[in-house]
Design a protein around this ligand. Structure first.
Ligand SMILES: *Cc1c(COP(=O)(O)O)cnc(C)c1O
Length: 395
């Protein structure tokens, strides 16, 4: 022992046990987890090849199929956040030189472009301003012009609060022999989604928005047409961790070790999906719509303007225009520091222009809407006409 060099204690923080405050997370995510999900997470882990765990894996897969309305065999939660599942849809299907058409109408469309380029796709884009959706005609014209192998589009654009209408897009893609890839991160469990009916070939989501879990898992699904493209690859999937051919040997019937599953996160996911099935999909969708409408009416009643046109508004994410003369950041900091409520700010083209209010999963409740509306009513006036700036808000 005497030969050991002295230990460097420069980084040895002496900390109290963690004691984070209970916040109400009404921003773009994460959203609060359901208390039952938190209980599930706190259970003693079991082995990731334990027969009981293997049974739980099947339950999670089956309930994800329900939530997405798909029969896809390859449906599983990626160990990673929504972005990992996003990357998995691209990594498994793109071969270098494949043409990928990305319909960009906000921040997450741009992320799809960045990722597809990294897998050496030939990426082409169509764009709409941040706050609009694509018409079927625009998509038809772009498919005709570019003849892509994959069309990627975001169903619920969290940066703008816009829902992309899906009717007819899948049929167009089939006609052009193109895969349809859909980002359902801010819609799964909260906004009507019919993957098979819409003829979606690839989709992904996350645990921390509509599903009432903490962040950490990224649901992924792949239909038969995408599976066929993957099977016809000339080389290996260029990402070992996200390779569905390997992952399916663990999630499929072989149960071959790939990586150690985040067992407790999957306990939480099972509980979240169980709660969703208990409530019923239509009921959950209806609850999100009802509470969002309560929020919209309340905000408009206070004279605030909503950024998204009513027919395209997401029930999960509302973009509210920051009134002239108000320091939006100062008000959201005030809500966080004084009232323990998080709302989001704008991203990209909407930076400094909107607040983003999320009502997702467990948080979509009328009392949360009323609590926030009351604060907008009582506290916002002091921030109007340059009343308070972020620099002046005490932390
Ligand atoms: C949150 C989000 C993502 C990314 O998910 P992470 O869990 O943050 O990795 C992707 N797409 C959309 C539309 C999102 O809202």
């Amino acid at each position: 022992m005497s030969a050991l060099p002295p230990v460097n204690t420069a980084h040895r923080l002496q900390l109290d046990p963690i004691a984070t405050p209970d916040r109400l997370l009404l921003g773009p995510g994460p959203s609060n987890a359901h208390p039952r999900v938190l209980q599930a997470l706190a259970r003693t882990p079991i082995g990731h090849l334990d027969p009981l765990y293997v049974e739980l894996m099947g339950e999670v897969q089956e309930l994800l199929r329900y939530a997405w309305q798909t029969d896809n065999r390859l449906t599983l939660p990626m160990s990673g956040t929504g972005s990992a599942a996003m990357e998995a849809t691209l990594a498994n299907t793109i071969e270098p030189g494949d043409k990928v058409l990305v319909a960009v109408k906000g921040y997450f469309g741009l992320r799809l472009v960045d990722m597809a380029e990294r897998y050496r796709a030939e990426v082409v884009t169509i764009e709409r301003p941040w706050g609009e959706a694509f018409s079927l005609e625009e998509i038809a014209a772009a498919l005709e012009r570019h003849k892509p192998a994959i069309l990627a589009i975001v169903h619920a654009e969290t940066s703008t609060g816009i829902r992309q209408p899906m009717e007819g897009i899948g049929d167009l893609c089939r006609r052009h022999n193109c895969l349809l890839l859909l980002d359902t991160v801010t819609s799964l469990g909260a906004v009507p989604l019919y993957l098979d009916h819409w003829k979606v070939d690839l989709a992904y989501s996350c645990s921390q928005k509509g599903l009432s879990c903490p962040p950490g898992l990224g649901p992924f699904t792949m239909g038969p047409r995408a599976e066929a493209k993957m099977a016809a690859r000339s080389g290996k999937v260029p990402n070992w961790y996200l390779d569905v051919t390997l992952l399916n040997r663990y999630w499929g019937s072989d149960r071959v070790y790939h990586h150690t599953a985040p067992v407790n996160m999957n306990f939480g996911m099972r509980e979240a999906l169980r709660l969703l099935a208990e409530e019923g999909l239509e009921q959950a969708w209806e609850r999100h719509q009802r509470n969002a409408e309560r929020l919209w009416a309340g905000l408009e009643g206070l004279g605030l303007e909503l950024h998204a046109p009513r027919e395209l508004r997401l029930p999960t994410l509302t973009t509210v225009r920051i009134p002239e003369g108000v320091d939006g950041k100062a008000f959201s900091l005030h809500l966080l520091n004084r009232h323990g409520i998080e709302v989001g700010g704008g991203l990209g083209a909407l930076a400094g222009k909107v607040w983003r209010i999320g009502l997702m999963g467990y948080n979509s409740q009328s009392q949360n809407v009323d609590r926030l509306l009351n604060l907008f009513e009582s506290e916002l006036p002091a921030f109007r006409s340059g009343g308070v700036h972020s620099a002046a808000v005490a932390v």
